[in-house]
Structures are given as C-alpha cells and as structure tokens.
Design a binder for this molecule. Sequence first.
Ligand code: ZN
Ligand code: ZN
Length: 697
Amino acid sequence: MRAPNAPLLLLVAACGDAGTGSTSAASATDASTASPTSGPTPTTGPAAPTTAALTTAPDATTDASAASDSAGPSTTDIADTTDTGAPDDPPPTCAPVATDDGPDLPEDYGLATIPPTMALVDTFYSYDLRTNIGDCATDRVEWTFVAGPAGARVELPGVAATLAPGDTYVHEAGGAAREQVKVTWDLQAEEPGCAGFAVRWRAWRDCGALDEGAWAPALTQTWDLALRRNHWYSGDLHVHTRHSERGEEAGSAYDYVQRMRNETTNDAGEDFADRRQRSLRGRLHWLVFSEHTNNEMDECGGHFAAWCEADAALTAATGRDVVRQITEDLRGEVLLVAGAEVSNKFDGHFGFLPKNPYPGHPLYAPDYFENPTDYTLDVGYGPGVIRERWVDDAATNAGEIAQIRAMNALAIVNHETGPAFWVTYDWSTTDIDGLEVWNGGNRHDRYDDSAYNGELDLDEVTKNDLLTLEIPEQPIDRSWLGLLKTGRWPLVLVGGSDVHDYNEVVCFDGPCDPTQAELATPTTSVWAPRFVWADGHDGVADGLAAGRVVVHDLANFIDLRVTHADHEHLVGDTIENYAPGTPLELRAFGRVARFVDGDNRVLLILGTRVDADDPTVDVLYSSEDAAHFVTPLQGEDHMRYIRPDSSFDRAWTVTLDDLGPDAAYLIWAQFVPWHNPLYLVGNGQDMALTGAIRVRG
Ligand SMILES: [Zn+2]
Ligand SMILES: [Zn+2]
C-alpha cells in the first residue's frame, strides 16, 4: 500500500516571517502577455509589482585566484572560470500554443491548463490536461486526440482504453475522466525537433431540471513540443560493494553494473528501464564506487586496490582495474570509476572523486592527460593509503583534503550532518571541493535540507506566499548554498545513495523503510556534452566539478535555464556583465514521477546574493503562489501544483535590481520538500535539487 495522499504542507515549523524588513533584490515581471496564445512559453501570471529601487552595484571584486588544475592542496577557489563546457544547442523554434478560451464560453467551462512545451529526448513526456466542466456538468464528455506523434496517447483516468492520434471517445461514466486526461509520449527513440499535438474536448451540459441538455462548445488545444537533445548523464557516486562492511550480499562491482543496465532488478523486481517513473533516461550511465577506506584496508590490504581480492573473478572482485575492465568489456556503455569514502572514526567522511583516473584512455579520457589521478601516492603509510584517523590518530580533515587533492581528486564532504554523530563533519575547515547535498540514508530529510540550502523553511514560503525568506543555519557557510554565498565558485554538489546492497529497496508496496538505501536514490545527473569521464571541458567529471548537476530521485527532474541577452545558460554557467534592471528569462522544465509521498509538488526558483552577511533568499517563482505568480485559467488554477506523473514547464521573467557587494547573484530551483511526520527527523522523496546559475555585474 502506498502512502495515502497527505497534505503537502503538513509540517510547518513555528517560525516568524523571515522576510520582513528585508529588501527584495528581485522583481518579477511576466515573461510575455497573459494571452494563452502568446507563444510556446506557458507563462501564467501578470506582472508582480516592481520592488526595490535600483542600486548601483560596485565593481566585481572577486577572488581571482589561479585556476587550480594542479594538485595544489589548499586554494580556496577551485577555479574562477565560465568556460565549463560546450553550450547547449538552442531549442528548436516551434509553433505557439493555441487554446480556445473565447468570451462566449460559460465562465466555469473551459480548458484549465497550459501544456508543457519543452522536453528532453530520451525521457518521458506527459501533460496533465485539465478542464473545468462547471456547475451544469453531466456524466458525458467527448475527448478527441486530434493530432499527435504516432507513439503518443491520451489516457483517461479509470478508463482502460487509450486514444491514439485520430481517435475519439465519448465517455458516459462520469468521474475524473470528465475533466482530466494525460497526454503521454515515450521519448526514448525521438530526435530533437518540434512535435505537434491537438486535443479536443466538449461536455454535455444540463442546466435545468426539465432540460434535455446539449453539447457545450468543443474546445481544442493545439501545441508544439520542442524536443531538445539530452546531455544529462545519470549516476551515483556513493556506492558500497561487499568490500564495505555488510558482507557478500552487498554484491560486487559487476552486480551493480547489471543493475545499471537493467540486466537485473532490485529485490522488488524493479529496474531503471521505465523513464516515466523510475529514471531520467532508462538506465544509469556512470558509477563511482566508494568503499570505506578502513574496510578496504582490512579486506584488500590497502586503499584503492587494483584488484580485490587477488584471486577473485571479474564478477566478484572490486578495484580500479576491475571497473576499468568491465567498462572496456561493455565498450563504454557505462563509465565505472573507483573512488573511495575516506572514513574517519569520527568527524567526517569524504567522497574521493577522481578527476582523471585513466589518463588518455580511449573511453574515459581520450587524448586527455591533465590531472591524472594518482592512486598510488605514498604519504608515508603505503602506496595510495590515505592518512586518516584509522591509519593515524593525529590525522586532520585539512590534511586529508590536501592529500585527496594531491592525488588529483575532489574532496566531497558526505552527509555533513546526520542522525549518526560519528559520521557528522566537524567543519574544522570549509576548504572543501563540494558537498553531498542529499544522502540516501533516511531518504530525503532535514539533514539534506541543511546540506543543500542551510535548512530554508520552504513550507513558510508556500503557506504565506513569501517573496523573501532567510537561511537559518549559522554560521552560514555550512551548506552548499551558504558556501556559494561566501564567494566559492564553482562548488561541487552531488547526491549519494550510500547504498550498501546492490538490490536493496527503500520504497515499494508498503511504508518506505528509511533504514534502507537504494542504488540511485538519489541520482546525480550531470550535463556533459561528451560521454567521457574527463577531457577538461565536456566530460562527466568536468560537469561534476563545474556544478552542472541536478540531484534527484526516480524520474523527478528539473532542468533550469536562464536566458539573458538572447543567450541561454544552464546550471554551472555564469552570466557575465549583467546590467541591473535588465530581464532574465527563467525557465524550469522537467517531470515528476508518481509520488511516494504527498499528492502534489511545488516548484520554486530561488535566488540570493553572493554575500555571506545577508541570509536573504528571494522567491523568483513559486508554482503554488496564486497571489504573485499564477492566475486562474477559465475559473480554475490547476497550474499551481505539479501533479503526479506529469511534465512541467514554467517560465517567468525577473529583473535583478541589486546584486549586492560582490556584484554576484545565484539562481537555483527545487521542489518544496515534503518530510513525512511519521519519522522523527522527517523523511521524504520525490525531490529534485539543481545546481546554480551565477549572475555577475
Ligand atoms: Zn559515510
Ligand atoms: Zn557511505
């Protein structure tokens, strides 16, 4: 049994109006006219009142320390560059949406949603089309799938039949199918371009006791879906095999690969093949194995073993030669990398994220020899052995970070806080390369909010239609967002399932088990125009280092773009030379799977100045907020919530009036978390957390 549909905003902390008195840095304006025929952008609301007088931003005085491609252990900035990868192809220009919404219609009768008009190939599209049948409703409606791609269907709730393009169905049985359908299309084998759709609906209305009734006007919605090339590659970089503490049932590297490729399932019989519910792209593309260093020392005789144990078969072994050989045997269908979880007794665990584990390798790093990961660097304890507290009680976190960097890997703080005190990071240094912003243990909980955004109370935003709020965590630099506010850029963000068993299940036909962890829950999806591990710009590790990342679970995903001066940017990018007061076009599109918890999702686009002294966060768009961002369509405001199992596509234009003392501003997007009150620290799922786009004056 699945969790019942519970109110989305059940857990609201008692907390003052954090936004009071602060000056918004942002003012929102409508992306285009509110006309439903205004173009492919499904803009929903009127212009919000412009706030905040323009403030002249001082010149940017960023810390232009040298880009540290070297193994140098302790520069505060990893790099300060906008050259993080090839730009994406622009979206195809497609025909605008046309929605019948004429003045002759009864006020309570009409089409109540605007279709998502952008999607990524190799994902799944479903438009949750809603109508408003009104007070004169009867049980009879007629749906026609006038036109659509051959593989698309119209699904009616509670009705077994689905409509192919050209089909008409008269529904006589009442219920939800009178007012809602899903337009679905599996985009697995599709190519970029424009795809046209048209759906027609009419209802039999009967407004009088003696009236026979009549068909109300037939309404047709026509739209083009802009299909974009998909450069997102999904993986997990917190994965433990049988060589980490739980024994044989945890499985080997090979067992995990079989899961990635849907050659085997989890214990509930599920795989990743279903793009609609289970994954972004139908499988996993890459994996970083992260054995606990102390366990690996015990079992393999050292850290970063080449082949552990020596006489083990390929299907049972782990190690850096093992994962390379599997990758070669599969001809690069997947990229497997040996990392580590540097596992102190206390005070913190570090993810070891290799920059270039196999320099020059035709699959991993063709012709690229920079930043070779040195798995055998000896700092006095043996080749490749990390000096951590299990090895030397006097080791420090700063020293471990320095060694990780000297080996040409990135030091990621895992589960920076959490229910188990002995794995919590001590914050003895903030000079880290990144944060695990969602650890799969206990599903998505308040500790993950703490790691990502300093525990922003987003329930308050939705409850009170706030336009600003404040980061509560102090000191502020103990989250990914807080560190960005101190001027760090880029800063890696990753999700890690922390799975210790390749086929373990967290949520299935019953209450979710927060003591379990499941592969790719969460998933880290990286924007990489080239499916190699590293080439200095466009590989998976390059994208991770640049923060071109969305952390999410299942098929939940937010692709955030910001267009400025006709150039589109994605997460990890910097918009340079921004003149305060000029428009930034925000667009967030993607999907949500059916929900494990709750019954809707609220999409937020948020922004904040790069200013560690100012905890203010601006709400740039809130899909739930009818006061500022959403207007009703023909009597209903169905656009406020992201419904289960549906695609979404929301656009809004903002202007930034004050970029703050560093003349820099950050924009990101996420869903409002739903933390199940059944669990002590609250846990949930159905989440997506994006990296940030930086705006500089
Ligand atoms: Zn750990
Ligand atoms: Zn772990």
